[in-house]
Design a protein around this ligand. Structure first.
Ligand SMILES: [Zn+2]
Length: 419
């Protein structure tokens, strides 16, 4: 989730007004038979989609075939894009859920199960590498879950274990908010926030308990020092479920080349975020220029609701954000491929994957990437850059499967030791 919270951008100054929004043409990337064949023999895995917000707040049905729906994920779109497994993000807005993080976490987990129960012929809950492979054989979408933001555990190791038992297979140590044991990149410059210089001792215990349980440690969103603490602590490979490259776009959410090399050494994987604000410097600049006005528009809406004693409506905020995003020209498709290519070159081909952030970026994705149905275009673009079929399959999901398998193996070892 990269939703623009007011606090994230309150520090940014308004700059000159933007070039007027241009009509966006979807780039024409024809997917060849060769690319299709690679897709068909791959297990395509995406490690981050925020669709559960839609399940819960909008009552969205993943079986929807509504042609006017602008969402990135549906069973139909997943099928067209050959998507084999999706890690659905369990993201609890820390501002609107103060005092009941766990309750909202459970509600979101429930929303994923309910969708799987509604569509047993095309979707199944998955909790392991074996489950993903079984779903693939049965031509069903494997539905996995990752918690986005350590605040969900309410500083309670029992809750962490309960989430594992319910099927959560990764946790992002922080979202954009620093919690009580991990610093976030989202507020690291905010003097009003109490920081910890990375992970606290309890935070390190959380990482080790995740290792023991077999829950992947996700370092997307965390502050740089938290990243380095996590990588020094973990006994298993870790993931960046939805992060891009800072050498190409200077966003604190993106990873430096040193971090990419450290993840390679750790044996982990960095799954590239498709969000235009993370993959294209021009888009990011335009976004920063409008940040103050956008934040003011959202604040006005939130204040008016508060004045009426009404709860904040996620759908409405998302609509406002989409309107603002749509004013900025979409980056070319190649911006996304440049990040995959950069990470493959710096970290190595075994350490890059896909972490779209679908349904969490207010519609702001590069041209030609309108939904999960467009995923095969990535294969085509990588072929066009000279990548081999074997290497492409690693990027599409092979690397994530390897890391997940390794995390399962480390868990088995640690559990055996602790008995
Ligand atoms: Zn996110």
């Amino acid at each position: 989730m990269t939703r623009f919270s007011i606090f994230l951008f309150s520090c940014l100054l308004a700059a000159a007004s933007l070039a007027p929004g241009q009509s966006v043409t979807s780039s024409d990337i024809a997917v060849s038979a060769k690319a299709r064949a690679i897709e068909d023999s791959a297990t395509v895995i995406d490690t981050h989609a925020d669709t559960p917000q839609r399940f819960l707040d909008e009552g969205f049905d993943i079986g929807s075939t509504d042609p006017s729906d602008v969402g990135h994920i549906s069973l139909e779109k997943a099928r067209r894009g050959n998507l084999g497994a999706e890690f659905f993000s369990i993201w609890v807005d820390p501002e609107t859920n103060q005092g009941h993080f766990a309750q909202h976490t459970f509600d979101l987990i429930d929303s994923v199960y309910e969708q799987a129960a509604r569509h047993p012929d095309r979707m199944m809950m998955a909790f392991s590498v074996a489950d993903i492979e079984r779903a693939h054989k049965e031509h069903k979408l494997a539905a996995l879950m990752g918690i986005e933001g350590g605040h969900s555990i309410e500083n309670d190791m029992h809750l962490l274990r309960d989430y594992y038992r319910l099927g959560v297979r990764y946790m992002t140590l922080s979202w954009s908010n620093t919690n009580e044991w991990a610093d976030s990149s989202g507020d690291i410059d905010d003097q009003k926030i109490q920081h910890h210089n990375g992970l606290t001792d309890f935070g390190k215990q959380v990482v080790l308990e995740m290792n023991r349980l077999g829950m992947m440690v996700d370092i997307s969103h965390v502050a740089d020092k938290t990243f380095w603490d996590a990588i020094a602590t973990t006994k298993a490979p870790l993931i960046a479920s939805h992060s891009s490259a800072r050498a190409l776009v200077d966003a604190p959410r993106n990873m430096t080349d040193d971090m990419l090399r450290a993840v390679a050494k750790n044996g982990g994987v960095v799954d590239v975020n498709f969000y235009s604000g993370f993959v294209d410097a021009d888009f990011r600049k335009a976004m920063e220029s409008q940040a103050k006005d956008q934040a003011a528009a959202i604040k006005q809406y939130v204040d008016s609701l508060k004045a009426q004693g009404k709860p904040v409506n996620y759908i409405e905020i998302n609509r406002i954000e989409r309107e603002w995003m749509a004013k900025i020209p979409r980056p070319p498709f190649k911006a996304l491929i440049d990040h995959i290519d950069h990470i493959a070159k710096v970290a190595g081909i075994d350490h890059v994957g896909l972490g779209s952030d679908f349904d969490g970026v207010s519609g702001a994705t590069p041209q030609g990437m309108d939904s999960a149905a467009d995923l095969p275009r990535i294969t085509q673009a990588l072929l066009d850059r000279g990548y081999s079929a074997e290497d492409i399959k690693k990027i599409l999901g092979g690397n994530v499967l390897r890391v997940f398998r390794q995390v399962e193996a480390v868990s088995r070892e640690m559990l055996a030791e602790s008995h």
